[in-house]
Design a protein around this ligand. Structure first.
Ligand code: PLP
Length: 667
């Protein structure tokens, strides 16, 4: 879907504290910039799903109930956090928005059940791996109590967490996926004995023997599920979650073996759940339809053969429209929540009705679709680099064609620079490229001075910037020049680690909506990519939401030294913090859970402080206290040897101590 074009030139590393103003993104005698223009530029109403918009101050607002009021001004939140000593980067999590998403999911299935006359019920289970933060899981549990939601676990640690959290809600479903050894199965069995409604899902045939063994030891009649591998292809990046080569799940032959074994033990009534997982972020509804259809076919056949099936678990995969395009692009979805629910319910019902089988309880394990929207990552911009600083100095203007002291390539570049017109764009571009190449050869052979090389750089980048500016005024740009905007883009340095906070951008090229959270009543005049603070060139965001394609640069506002400028990445509540890592020892960011009171005013419900330097050091086996003492001793030695005053040594010791207690990000 995405078109990628190999750049013909690469922008040089430059250091400019304050980029010179460039031409506005818009051109001609157009009306003044309004927040409507910002809405359109950043597509906020498309990907925002009704939860995000821009207010008249030009600030992004969150609307947790999808209604015009109440709304939370994100810039105001950041100022409020600053007053409380909490700096960016910070994840702002909206509990009311999360609640609303859960209700929307429930409502979509309830409506579909009503519309189609389905006789079974719907149960959602939240896979805690998607965002394991305790406050998130507790929120889902609290809201889920009234909606009949349960939890899904994929490992023993997750099971232990969930067992401890469900003492008051024994009726809510717990589905246990993932590899299971004896201990895991024993905990499942004991949880059943405690009265939990818990179903282990067999992922490989050996797990059945463990379940039967533990059931016998603890005298429990277990509820058992089977994950079956379908023939229907999964979809998107995780399409191999099903099919013959899938990592998890039983083949049809193995599923029949499970049923036969249970029958031999007179336990076929225990075979209560059939499960499949077609992959995460399914972007095409046809894959959902095909998978659910096939799963239900297997269900009805097993039911006819005597399995005590009651639950049909269609797994996760309900996608999120990250770019708002509503297409089958891999980070979008070509269906709505309502269409998903309607299709699942209808398919299950029609296959069951055909075969005269009772309608099962439909379970979904949607994770991403529940939690993605409720978290926003806000980070500050530390500064920017720009190629616009390459202007042509006045003394160049006096250079003559006949000037014997100036190397030929420089004269050629000057000629290209002077002659940039709409008609000669390509010609000047080619001339500039060739002259630069010749100059570089001369330099490498020792025939060009460093001063001359510097002139080449200045002239070349000034020429390409001039060509780019002309292109902005044209309706159709020559293909060769299409990448100029990207190659001449600014770099804005964001106070964040992609590896910690947005790992899917790095790992799977995921697109998240990113935009400024303020100044949106002002026209953004820069085109930029965003680099993070890690020492890793992969730590960058250079693919942005666009309606028809992927943008390689983002329109941002010019910043001067000392300006506060905040950007946010949206829809980051699923998989990001959980998968993040400690690259360069940048740790967890602060997470602030925000709620609305009855008057629609926001307040901070929980603050989960991000890692301090001392914590990340101890994760990698350093002993911060020992390090502190070493520095203190060295300071004393420096005082003894007259290399430092007592005051200096005290200041250094204190700064080191504060540094250990401080945030890992730039403060
Ligand atoms: N269930 C299982 C078994 C999974 O492996 C996953 C994730 O891959 C999920 C549910 C959640 O998927 P999603 O977040 O796409 O809904």
């Amino acid at each position: 879907m995405e078109r990628t074009v190999t750049p013909t030139i690469a922008a040089p590393p430059v250091n400019s504290p304050s980029p010179a103003p460039s031409k506005p993104v818009r051109r001609g005698l157009e009306p003044a910039w309004t927040v409507d223009d910002a809405r359109e530029l950043y597509q906020i109403r498309r990907w925002g799903g009704g939860f995000f918009d821009i207010n008249e101050l030009g600030h992004v607002v969150t609307r947790p109930h999808k209604t015009a009021t109440p709304e939370v001004d994100l810039h105001e939140v950041i100022q409020g956090l600053k007053e409380r000593g909490l700096k960016t980067p910070v994840i702002v999590a909206f509990s009311d928005l999360l609640n609303r998403r859960l209700k929307d999911l429930h409502q979509a299935f309830t409506s579909a059940i009503g519309e189609h006359g389905y006789k079974g019920i719907y149960r959602a289970v939240y896979p805690i791996k998607v965002n394991q933060q305790r406050h998130v899981v507790e929120e889902i549990q609290a809201c889920g109590k009234e909606l009949g939601f349960g939890l899904e676990v994929g490992s023993k640690p997750e099971l232990l967490a969930v067992m401890g959290m469900t003492t008051e809600t024994p009726d809510s479903l717990i589905i246990c996926n993932g590899f299971k050894e004896d201990k895991y199965v024993e905990f499942v069995t004991l949880a059943a004995k405690l009265g939990r409604t818990i179903i282990p899902v067999i992922e490989n045939i050996q797990e059945l023997r463990l379940i039967l063994k533990q059931a016998e030891i603890h005298n429990v009649r277990p509820k058992i599920g089977v994950r079956v591998n379908l023939n229907s292809p999964g979809a998107g990046r995780w399409r191999h979650s099903t099919g013959a080569k899938a990592k998890f799940g039983l083949s049809i032959a193995e599923t029949l073996e499970v049923l036969a074994l249970l029958k031999r033990e007179n336990m076929q009534d225990c075979f209560q759940l059939l499960h499949c997982h077609l992959g995460s972020q399914i972007h095409d509804i046809r894959n959902v339809n095909a998978g659910v259809n096939e799963l239900t076919r297997v269900y009805v056949e097993l039911a006819k053969m005597g399995a005590g099936l009651k639950y049909l678990d269609v797994g996760g995969g309900l996608g999120v429209d990250y770019d708002g395009s509503q297409t089958n692009f891999e980070f979008s979805t070509n269906y709505s929540l309502a269409e998903y629910a309607s299709n699942v319910v209808y398919r299950v019902m029609s296959v069951c009705d055909e075969e005269g089988i009772d309608h099962p309880t439909i379970i979904t394990e949607s994770g991403r679709a529940m939690v993605a929207h409720h978290s926003v990552l806000i980070f500050d911009i530390l500064g920017s680099n720009s190629t616009d600083r390459f202007t042509v100095p006045e003394e160049f203007a006096n250079l003559k064609e006949s000037d014997d002291d100036t190397p030929r390539p420089i004269l050629d570049l000057l000629d290209a620079y002077r002659n940039v017109t709409e008609r000669r764009l390509l010609e000047c571009y080619h001339d500039a490229l060739q002259a630069r190449e010749e100059a570089m050869s001369l330099f490498n052979l020792g025939h060009l001075s460093l001063q001359h090389r510097s002139m080449v750089d200045q002239l070349f980048w000034a020429t390409t910037a001039k060509i780019r500016d002309k292109c902005r005024d044209m309706d159709s740009i020559p293909e060769e020049l299409e990448d100029l905007e990207t190659n001449l883009a600014d770099t804005y340095f964001g106070n964040l680690s992609i590896f910690q906070s947005l790992p899917d951008i790095w790992a799977i090229n995921q697109i998240f909506p990113v935009m400024p959270i303020h100044r949106l009543n002002e026209q953004p005049t820069r085109h930029a990519i965003i680099a993070d603070v890690t020492c890793d060139s992969d730590g960058k965001i250079d693919r942005f939401v666009d309606l028809r394609d992927i943008k390689k640069t983002l329109e941002l506002h010019p910043i001067k030294n000392g300006d506060e400028y905040y950007l946010a990445a949206f829809l980051v509540g699923a998989y990001q913090e959980t998968l993040g890592d400690l690259h360069n020892l940048f740790g967890d960011t602060h997470v602030v859970h925000i709620r609305l009171d009855e008057n629609g005013k926001w307040w901070i419900n929980h603050v989960v402080e991000g890692d301090a330097v001392r914590e990340v050091l101890s994760y990698v086996q350093y002993e911060p206290e020992k390090l502190r003492q070493e520095i203190r001793r060295e300071c004393e030695r420096a005082v003894r040897d007259n290399r430092m005053s007592v005051a200096e040594s005290q200041a250094l010791s204190k700064a080191y101590e504060n540094g250990l207690a401080g945030y890992t990000y730039l403060e």
